[in-house]
Design a protein around this ligand. Sequence first.
Ligand code: ZN
Length: 323
Amino acid sequence: MRQAARLADAARVGSESRAHLHPSNITRSPALGHTNAVPELPEVEALAAFLRERAVGHFVARIDVAAINVLKTYDPPPTALAGQQVTGAGRYGKFLDLDCDGLHLVIHLARAGWLHWREQLAPAPPKPGKGPIGLRVHLDDGAGFDLTEAGTKKRLAVYLVRDPATVPGVARLGADPLAEDFTVEALSTLLAGARQQLKGLLTDQTVIAGIGNAYSDEILHMAQLSPFKLGAKLPPEELERLHAAIVTTLRDAVARSVGQGAATLKGEKRSGLRVHARTGLPCPVCGDLVREVSFADSSLQYCPTCQTGGSPLADRRLSRLVR
Ligand SMILES: [Zn+2]
């Protein structure tokens, strides 16, 4: 069934017929064109902002580990957090960091994880191995949060460390696109030696930290660049456009996410997207229909008129299938 949906999807991209791209003909499978928001930099930043406002100053009362595979470290043990004061909350790429007086709870929400804040947490620990809750953090005022993961791919990862840089995923992170030193020159240096295409470069956490499938689609659309363009070959004018699009897209998304109260909303809510997960809908800039290229377990969306000189990109999987 899923294979059939993928074939239909691939055919739709390759088709010249606009009727096939009409919104009413679009069916979304979990793997293709899904609208579930995978947390990226803006959502994680909004969660950090929420925790800075609501959790900092409070003491950790207890931690319940409901799914043992979620906690990736054993020293210090989770019990070490009890009695520690929350002194800060921040972000490294897509990693959320809760600083508890020098003990860091570093959280990677991965594709289907989220942080759910509760003003009143149930005092009883969640049943181990049952349901979506991986870890529960109780604060001294009865509030706290659940770290949850939907679906079957268990990738939610939590690390309790004294130094966030000891988390392997954090140590590998590239430049932070919202840092002051992320200039056009810095971006030029990052792309200079790269052989990847822009879509791959933007989502490579070791090059630029925090951008995933959704915001890379949005950034490339704003920059009016093809996702398949080679990063190392961008002329200065396009490089400047790309830099401006990265910074603007992420800053706007952070502002929106903070405004929505990320931790009290469902993680699936995301607004303001112009092309991502909008296959078959009109581009808000030019009115052309947003198209899709599908991969094994993901897809990208783009506007041909804005980004590729009007011609649709080849769907590689379709080419492979018909060959
Ligand atoms: Zn367009």
